[in-house]
Design a binder for this molecule. Structure first.
Ligand code: DX5
Ligand code: ZN
Length: 216
């Protein structure tokens, strides 16, 4: 499988959101990565349901919704109704992660679990076979445009070993500070999905950058 590229809408021009979404529709991007922040789980607030609804109206690719919020369970049905394909919750925000993952799947969505930089991958050992996507945070969640944390490579490798040992098909997604400088090493370590925000939208030709990432 070729690497999936998920541009992060957080770095788009919100005053020209329809334009940026239509641009991504024509690109080689695979998913739209949507960052929902509540100002409690992370020290920033991004946007919520009305904006997601507007994105869905124009997006022709799956919506990969990354919930950086406390108590995600109470919104899972709403995110399903809004047309999300993947819903990712944070390991650190879920007291009953197994129940949360089952709830996402019962709404016919792919279940993702994100790990903060300080959370070891072996925290998922007992549940990995139930998870569709593990999102390894390669920055501290809350903001775009931060520097990539180098320890991510060893986490990706350890997670890949766990996934292969359990013979499951869980995808490994990397979120934060992804550029052409670390993409190859991430893919070699076992990454399946690369999220990229500022690297894509900070370039004058985002379509070209997505093609670069897609073909690394
Ligand atoms: C960070 C978000 C990321 C962010 C990535 O909390 O989860 O998805 O948008 O942005 P870059 O690629 O700029 O680090
Ligand atoms: Zn994200």
């Amino acid at each position: 499988m070729s690497t999936l590229i998920a541009p992060s809408i957080l770095a788009a021009d919100f005053a020209n959101l329809q334009r940026d979404i239509e641009m991504l529709n024509t690109s080689e991007a695979d998913w739209f990565h949507i960052d929902i922040m509540d100002g409690v789980f992370v020290p920033n607030i991004s946007f919520g349901m009305p904006v997601l609804k507007a994105i869905k109206k124009y997006a022709t690719k799956p919506l990969d919704v990354h919930l950086m919020i406390i108590n995600p369970d109470q919104y899972i049905e709403t995110f399903a109704e809004l047309g999300s394909e993947v819903v990712t919750v944070h390991y650190e925000a879920c007291d009953h992660l197994h129940r949360t993952v089952q709830k996402i799947k019962s709404c016919d969505m792919k279940a993702g679990v994100a790990l903060n930089p300080h959370t070891p991958v072996n925290a998922l050992e007992s549940i990995i076979q139930n998870i569709d996507v593990v999102c390894i945070m390669s920055v501290n969640p809350g903001f775009g445009g931060q520097s990539f944390i180098e320890e991510t490579y060893s986490k990706v490798k350890a997670l890949k070993v766990m996934i292969e040992k359990k013979d499951c098909s869980t995808l490994i997604e990397i979120d934060g500070g992804v550029t052409n400088k670390n993409a190859k090493q991430l893919i070699d370590a076992g990454a399946d999905v690369l999220v990229a925000g500022s690297y894509v939208f900070g370039n004058e030709n985002p379509i070209k950058i997505i093609t670069v990432l897609k073909n690394i």
